[in-house]
Design a protein around this ligand. Sequence first.
Ligand SMILES: Cc1cc2nc3c(=O)[nH]c(=O)nc-3n(C[C@H](O)[C@H](O)[C@H](O)COP(=O)(O)OP(=O)(O)OC[C@H]3O[C@@H](n4cnc5c(N)ncnc54)[C@H](O)[C@@H]3O)c2cc1C
Length: 404
Amino acid sequence: MKSQIDIAVIGAGPQALTLVTHLLQKKQALRDRIQVFDPSGTWMAQWQQQFAAQEIPYLRSPGVHHPDPKHTLFNFAERRQDELHLPYNRPGTALFQDFCETVIDRWQLRDRVTAAQVMKLTPLPSRFQLQLSNGEQIEARRVVLATGGGKAQVPAWVAQVNLHPPERLCHAQDVCLPELPDLTGETVLIVGSGQSSAHLAVGAVGRGARVLLMARRTLTEKLFDAEPGWLGPKYLKGFQAEQDWQVRWQMIQAARNGGSIAPELLHRLRRYSRSGQVTFYERCHVSNATWQGEAWQVQCSLPTVHDCLAHQSIDRIWLATGTQTDITAHPLMGEILERYPNQIVNGLPVLDEHLRWPGCELFLMGPWAALQVGPVARNLHGGRMGCDRIVPALTKASVARTVA
Ligand SMILES: Cc1cc2nc3c(=O)[nH]c(=O)nc-3n(C[C@H](O)[C@H](O)[C@H](O)COP(=O)(O)OP(=O)(O)OC[C@H]3O[C@@H](n4cnc5c(N)ncnc54)[C@H](O)[C@@H]3O)c2cc1C
């Protein structure tokens, strides 16, 4: 017999944790009606893996951003003030994780995550069927998709490269600094201009490598990845008043501006550049790369300016080029898109005000909610703003859709 549940949450990252705590705060009775699915079987596994892999010492966001609706991280950090980093008290990685562990315990959520990947999501009349990686099938009345970012985004030239050892060309998601050997004498080309490219550059230099940092744009210094005005009415009022979804999409792009690096990290890279450990190649991109048996030969889009690049022997290429935000490529969305066609704007879906897919009881969090929530939708605070919209629809009968 198939299991029947009320609310299925797919993914157990910080956004899902934020949703579940806020749901329980509003309606304790939902406790036994929520089931969370994640291949790891635990909360925040991907978050922890990413922070460990890039050796990130502290968060980019301030300590006021976290998954608990009631308790503050600052109270928890009373005796750990040295782990709050100025400006804006950005929490250390361990402090944030320890706080999240107390959130999981306080809300009694430790055993709430089923260790399974959702392989398929099928809409049925007035409910959904979830096919799990452990072979089970679950039916859920309502589903929240909190699976985080999309697949790795890779530049077009990658499709043309010849046969090479896989570890010599990796997306940032697949680089794990602690597992790397000593890189003394190696040259690593890092492509990208966001915070991940900077963390990886610091990690490579720390292991003795020389780093070439290549960015399509001029490297931009910004404390947060979007201006704080996007966290409240200052910018969101105008954003939400905008009726044209294309214009909203452009506003999101302009606010995120293709990635930026926090000031202290960029200063550190500039210091490394003065000592020759990092070389910046700005406003250019790779046009092709050939594996020559022992190293890469790379040509860039500005060969007359950066002729020297073609003569460098490059040992590794890391692509810190972000993730795709195309909902039509999401592995769980195929049958939903077929059964409930919806307006998609450059990969982002147009959802209702409760972040619900039009026509069914499927709610989307993270980057997929950006047309409603704004440019910080994928971040911790975006998760909080997403909850403000989703929780009323899941807890109050008056805003629940009547399913045909
Ligand atoms: C290196 C890095 C540092 C960041 N630092 C910050 C920061 O300091 N502050 C900030 O606000 N934001 C930060 N972000 C952005 C964002 O907050 C994080 O990406 C955050 O992890 C997003 O939370 P999430 O719950 O949406 O996704 P994730 O943490 O990615 O969690 C999604 C979960 O869904 C699971 N999943 C996916 N598909 C399925 C499926 N089919 N079935 C079951 N489970 C599935 C995954 O295994 C994963 O565990 C950072 C991002 C990165 C990459």
